[in-house]
Design a binder for this molecule. Structure first.
Ligand code: FAD
Length: 475
């Protein structure tokens, strides 16, 4: 087969059909078989300058050609070892990373298509290959751990068991430090556990990747709400360093009528469903009552995950977003998926008021149509209202999937800790806060980004913490 044909020949993961997947919380992307993975791996050109392309596009700089080459050689354990050199969570990242904006967006097969150069086609399915490698190792029951250095006698406390905290713990442990993670919930994972629906991230996969850390020696303290159960001051006094990675899990409401019965924050709906199994009510004890029709406000990952959830609960699902699909932060393929599953998406539509009945229950959302104007400070065209375009979308519930902010319980009022004007924790390039020995990373620093960006923060902070601790040791 000629090369020009192979370029266009990207393999796509098989999926459950839309009319089946919108009825189940089971994962709908079914993964590559061995033969498809081999075929896809062979599409890679193993560019000599991959460090300027796919590797650079990955926030943790996975050696992508390196692990793909191992797949072509039939060495899947070798491929796994290559990935975990820089990313301890191949199966998670293979599933949830927005690869089209990261590694795959920098693949030469895609890159040159965009620039109209000679290679016409679609990028290598790097995400699906990473998922394949991680899943292969998990289901084969092979346990692969990295070598741990001699114990240094230093102890680090990590606050929050999301991807930033977990990644930081992984590296610190490898370098010989004792690591204790304090987590408010009863399980680890952060947003990956309570936010992202199992339809996109199977919980067995999540638990397996986290269990590797536990087996390597990370100690978890669940049910510890730092700032309530134990204070930040106590942790700083009992440990040699502390890493703050509490995420940005506080939702915000903020339009007229948001006090009405039937108004939810996205995190409440997702936590009730994903963590407390509201979909299994009354067998599980926590319900979520969205009525017959729900309106979700927002255009990012969170809005899409609320739609995935509401559709599976059998609810007519509408999304209103004031911008366009092109300027939204959710993944393109996910907009396609929820549309196929029956969600109604109202682009360029701004909610202005939630309407209720005399009993104080939601009956609809008043919206206005928008059009794109001049670019705003983010460089995106600013949506401006279309005169006389007000209209009401009738509904029984409204879910706010916008404006996530850090929940400051862990550090509220801590003297000397500098915050930014957005309420995120201020750090320098080494993830040091204004308090000696206190480092921070992930969403609590960047206000909300991606899983792999949180992993990258966790790893960079681990390096800075290690340097800080070892300097102390040498003194
Ligand atoms: P988190 O994941 O938020 O973890 C913070 C942890 O700290 C939590 O476990 C929390 O319980 C704990 N904690 C908080 N306060 C305290 C306290 N006081 N004491 C002890 N523990 C505390 N990114 C992607 O790449 N792909 C996606 O598909 C995607 N989907 C998303 C869907 C949703 C619904 C949301 C909200 C985000 C999504 N993101 C996605 C973004 C991504 O999940 C986050 O950027 C990432 O999880 C941030 O990691 P983190 O470790 O900083 O914080």
């Amino acid at each position: 087969m000629g090369k020009s044909i192979r370029y266009t020949d990207r393999n796509h993961e098989p999926m459950l059909p839309p009319q089946e997947r919108n009825k189940t919380f089971r994962e709908y992307a079914l993964g590559f078989s061995v033969s498809i993975a081999l075929d896809e791996a062979k599409r890679c050109l193993f560019c000599k300058d991959a460090d300027k392309r796919c590797i650079k596009g990955c926030p943790v700089n996975v050696d992508i050609p390196g692990f793909i080459r191992k797949i072509t050689e039939g060495d899947l354990i070798g491929a796994y070892r290559k990935i975990i050199e820089t990313d301890p969570f191949p199966s998670i990242c293979g599933r949830v990373c927005p690869q089209e904006r990261q590694c795959e967006g920098s693949c030469i097969l895609y890159y040159d298509t965009v620039r109209g150069k000679k290679n016409k086609g679609l990028p290598v399915s790097i995400g699906a290959l990473e998922k394949f490698v991680g899943d292969f190792v998990r289901v084969s029951g092979i346990e692969i751990y990295e070598e741990l250095k001699e114990p240094t006698g230093k102890k680090v406390a990590i606050i929050g068991a999301g991807p930033a905290g977990l990644a930081c713990a992984y590296d610190l442990l490898k370098w010989g430090h004792e690591v204790h993670i304090y987590e408010a919930l009863q399980k680890a994972g952060g947003v990956m556990l309570y936010g992202i629906p199992p339809a996109r991230l199977d919980r067995e996969v999540l638990e397996w990747e986290i269990s590797r850390l536990e087996k390597m020696g990370v100690k978890f303290f669940f049910g510890y709400v730092v700032g309530r159960t134990i204070s930040l001051r106590e942790l700083l006094e009992s440990y040699d360093a502390v890493f703050l990675s509490v995420g940005a899990g506080r939702g915000s409401l903020g339009i007229k009528g948001d006090h009405l019965v039937g108004v939810y924050s996205a995190i409440e709906v997702l936590t009730r469903t994903n963590l407390m199994r509201a979909w299994d009510f009354p067998q599980a004890s926590t319900p979520v009552n969205l009525g017959r029709r729900t309106v979700i406000i927002g255009g990012g990952f969170t809005a899409v995950d609320c739609a995935i959830t509401a559709l599976r609960l059998g609810i007519e699902t509408h999304i209103v977003y004031r911008r366009t699909r092109e300027t939204s932060s959710a993944r393109d393929e996910e907009w396609d998926h929820i549309k196929e599953e029956g969600a109604v998406i109202h682009w360029l539509t701004q909610p202005i008021e939630i309407i209720g009945d005399e009993g104080g229950r939601v009956t609809g959302v008043k919206c206005i149509k928008m059009q794109l104007g001049e670019p705003d400070e983010s460089g995106r065209p600013k949506p401006v209202p279309v005169p006389n375009s007000e209209h009401i979308i009738e509904c029984d519930s409204v879910i706010f999937a916008i404006g996530q902010k850090p929940n400051p319980i862990a550090y509220d009022g801590f003297e000397g800790l500098e915050l930014t004007k957005w309420g995120t924790v201020k750090v320098d390039e080494q993830f040091r806060t204004s308090i000696p020995g206190l480092f921070a990373g992930g969403d609590v620093v960047n206000g909300g980004d991606t899983v792999v960006r949180a992993v990258s923060h966790g790893r960079k902070a681990a390096k800075a913490i290690d340097e800080y601790l070892m300097k102390e040791v040498r003194r």
